[in-house]
Structure formats: structure tokens, C-alpha cells
Design a protein around this ligand. Sequence first.
Ligand code: ADP
Length: 249
Amino acid sequence: GGLVLTKHIVSKEMALARLKSDFVSNVSHELRTPLALIRLYAETLELGRVTTQDKKQEYYRIIREESERLSALINNILDFSRIEAGHKEYEFRETDIADLVRNTLDSYRYQIEQQGFAFEESIDSDVPAVRVDREAIALSLVNLVNNALKYSADEKFLGVKLYRANSSVKIEVVDHGIGITRREQSKIFEKFYRTGDPLVHNTKGSGLGLSLVRHITQAHGGEIAVESTTGKGSKFTLSLPLPVKPAQT
Ligand code: ADP
């Protein structure tokens, strides 16, 4: 019995070590691309090779967007390490969640359309206020939206919904992308985990996004759920509990 247990522990340790080394190489890859672009466009500008104002403007935009991508990536990693160390502090404030969702999506609309996605947005403005850490909830939504964009192939559709369901507020992110096998659905929220799909293999990612979403949601007393069919698409539902009203007498 002891031998079986030892073998089990060792193989679990080995799997984790492998995940960690994959993670380091994935993150390095993910950081390298925006850095290389920033350097390339900055050098081109510095050499004075760009003559028209329009082209210059385009290069400035690329440098800014790639810097933002780099910041978001680093924020994910920093938040993750704070959570792992038990140092993550949340700042809960009464929030108009419809506003928060709309504002977060605003910075993505251009990118979503640019990538050829049909974008359906259904935000119920009447949902009651919820106490949340605004940055953390925005980061969760950004991670879910980014995944929907990254893991869609032929049919490019993104749906985002906000509504009230009994005692909770739900944020739904739907895609018609590659989907996730039933077996892997329970694993994708684990840190570093990435599915075996070839598109995932060829797409940059660190496997941190969903584990962050889960940590953040749970810190709010809520939950994150997934429904998915391979080849058809996925639906992620983030639920946040509404404060319980004292019983009326
Ligand atoms: P990353 O995208 O950096 O790999 P995540 O933690 O955000 O990390 O996601 C973990 C894995 O779950 C992804 O690598 C992918 O295999 C799978 N996944 C997440 N979102 C989707 C989605 N919308 N459609 C298909 N697969 C997904």
C-alpha cells in the first residue's frame, strides 16, 4: 500500500515539475513577441526610415498596444504570485456591475471586430449593485474574453451577457470555438493546465488565466462554471452572490 502511495506522490510531483517547466517556456514565449515588436518598430522609427505621418502614427499605435499587452500579461503573473503566496488583497466596493462590464468591453471592441468576430452583447442595466473588487472582476472578464478570441477557429462568435438570476448576478461569455472535452473541463481551472488541442498548442498562453478567474470568483463568494462541446463552443458563467436582505417583518 505504501509503495503504491509513494509511486502516486512521485508521479504527481513529476507532473507538476513538467507543468512548471512548460509554464516558464510558455511565459517566455508570450513575453518575447510583444517585446520583439516594440523593439522592431522603435528601431525603425529611430533610424528615420518612416517618412509619412500616417505610417509613424501606425507604428506608435503598435508600440502602445504591444506595451499594454505586456502590462496585462505581467499583471496576470503578479496577481497569480500574490494569490499563491496568500498576499492578494481585495478591495470590495459597492459597484454598478453593468457599468463595469460595459467599460471593460469598450477597450476590446476594436480588437474583437478587427479579428472578424460577430459580437453580441446583452447587458441588463437593472441588475442590483454588488460589492466587488473592480480590477479583479475586470481582469476575470478580460481573461474569459481573450480565451474566447484565442480558442475560436472557423466560426468567430463572441457573446457577453450580464443578468440577474435569483440571488446572484451572472456574467456569461460564449464562443463558437474549439470547445473543451468533458474530461478536460474539470482541469482547465488548475494552474498551468492547457488542453491538448492543436490550436491551443499553437496559441500563446501561460495557463494562468482561468486559475486566476477561479481564485477571484471564490474570493467574492461566487463560482465559475463551464459548459462546452468540442467543435461547437463553450460557455463560461461567472456568478456573484447578491447580498442577502434581512427578512421583512
Ligand atoms: P491560457 O489561455 O493561457 O492557456 P487559461 O488558464 O486561460 O490559460 O486556460 C487554460 C486552458 O483552457 C487553455 O489553454 C485552453 O486549453 C482551455 N480553454 C480556456 N478557454 C477556452 C475556450 N473558450 N475554448 C476552448 N478552450 C479553452
